[in-house]
Design a protein. Structure first.
Length: 251
């Protein structure tokens, strides 16, 4: 530990920090093996320990590392033509989100994240073809800054393109890397202090690389039904908890 840069932030004990690192290993594995689910599971896990104002930026930094590792292990499978309009849309959406998020109270943010997770479980996002990737970038990046995880939205945008599993995961990972990178930049520019989380985030990103590698080995659909059922249950109760905590600020 370097003075001014603690191993774990003040709100995390040693055991809680280690627990979150191990959870991130599982989340990175799930994100690669199943294309999505790990990001929202990580968001729910962090919500048990981090203050509302830190939840989205810290989650974004973790997911930046996790998704970059998906690019690293599957670089040749990325559909670059699909990503270019999405990136331009992400730039615009990140600008919108950064200007809105400062005016949203932490309690409202918690309720928004909770409702977003519930919708990702029970709702249906619109399917967009290649011609609408710019719009998809704008919409998903705005929601990403406001509420955290937008992985299910982006995955739905490319689902109907019928990519092979590895190409789907690689392209989705590349899109999310740009989105989370711009989200982190936006929070940095509006004043969020990442310094007290720097060692924690470094450990999370490094363990995320291991989870991504293991997830790639498991990328075939083996066990997908089992994972989806367990994930849905965890995410459902996690979302209810976020909504409850958020509403307490208004009661």
């Amino acid at each position: 530990m370097i003075e001014g840069f603690p191993l774990f932030p003040d709100e995390l004990s040693l055991y809680q920090g280690i627990g979150l690192i191990l959870i991130n290993l599982v989340c990175a594995f799930i994100s690669t093996a199943l294309s999505l689910g790990g990001g929202i599971l990580m968001l729910v896990s962090l919500s048990f320990f981090l203050p509302p104002m830190a939840l989205v930026p810290v989650h974004g930094a973790i997911q930046l590392g996790s998704n970059f590792s998906r690019i690293f292990v599957s670089l040749k499978e990325i559909d670059v033509k699909l990503i270019i309009p999405f990136v331009f849309g992400t730039l615009l959406g990140s600008y919108f989100g950064a200007n809105i998020v400062e005016n949203i109270s932490p309690s409202l943010g918690q309720v928004g994240v909770g409702l977003f997770i519930l919708y990702s479980l029970f709702g249906k996002f619109p399917q967009l073809g290649k011609k609408f990737m710019f719009i998809g970038g704008v919409a998903s990046s705005t929601m990403s800054i406001l509420f955290g995880a937008s992985g299910p939205i982006v995955a739905t945008f490319i689902k109907n393109l019928n990519f092979a599993p590895l190409k789907h995961v690689a392209t989705h990972g590349a899109m999310m890397t740009f989105q989370h990178g711009l989200k982190c930049l936006a929070f940095f520019l509006i004043g969020f202090a990442f310094d007290q989380y720097i060692f924690f985030l470094t450990l999370m990103i490094l363990i995320g690389f291991l989870g991504t590698y293991l997830g790639k080995l498991f990328l075939v659909s083996k066990g997908e039904k089992y994972f989806n059922k367990v994930l849905s249950l965890i995410l459902f109760f996690g979302a209810l908890r976020l909504i409850y905590l958020g509403l307490q600020g208004y009661l």
